[in-house]
Design a binder for this molecule. Structure first.
Ligand code: PCA
Length: 197
């Protein structure tokens, strides 16, 4: 299987994004699956455009998008994306939509088509803290997950796709105290999760 896996650029005055660190530690091939790694901007709409263009160009057989969720202590596959943008902070282009739909004519929500529970189980078996999340928030990560699943649904492509949030790195936690996981640990968890596909 060819799997597109994306990280996000730094945001909110940070100089790194934990997802870039974890992604750089993943090998190019995991459990026989070939990984296509890309990093995308933390901008409403632009992240979706970037990932859907990659999906259309590269035709991966699965898509996993990664985001950093500071404050979380575990690697958390997301169950659902909701049709709303409600930003607490501006994105990297300075936009801060409040209570706005992602798609006026879209469904209220899309469920992940990744095997989220099997992924959590596989990560725990690899001794990596993990749990299922029932909210991807209402910032750019949720926008990307919703937009990706909407694009796949509208173009009739039935491939596993979804989103995984990861904690901050220990280096980030030194700057702003928060739960953290070493990128090596996150990468081990992600490899275990990818193994379920
Ligand atoms: N996390 C943010 C956007 C980029 C990222 O890494 C989020 O959870 O929405």
């Amino acid at each position: 299987m060819t799997i597109l896996i994306t990280a996000f650029e730094p945001f909110q005055q940070e100089t790194i994004n934990a997802t870039m660190e974890a992604l750089s530690l993943l090998p190019d091939s995991v459990c026989g699956h070939t990984l296509i790694k890309r990093t995308i901007p933390v901008v409403f709409g632009k992240a979706v455009e970037a990932v859907t263009a990659l999906v259309d160009d590269l035709r991966p057989e699965a898509v996993i998008c990664l985001g950093q969720a500071s404050g979380r202590a575990e690697v958390t596959p997301e169950r659902v994306a909701i049709n709303v943008m409600d930003a607490r902070i501006p994105d990297n282009a300075g936009e801060q939509p409040v209570d706005a739909p992602i798609r006026e004519d879209g469904p209220a929500a899309y469920f992940s088509t990744l095997p989220v529970k099997a992924m959590v189980q596989a990560m725990k078996e690899a001794s990596v803290p993990a749990s299922l999340s029932n909210t991807a928030g209402t910032f750019v990560c949720n926008d990307l997950m919703y937009g990706l699943l909407d694009h796949l649904a509208r173009t009739g492509r039935n491939i596993p796709a979804g989103f995984i949030h990861i904690p901050a790195t220990p280096a980030q936690a030194v700057e702003r105290p928060t739960p953290s996981l070493a990128p090596e640990t996150v990468a081990k968890g992600l490899a275990a999760a990818i193994g379920t596909l």
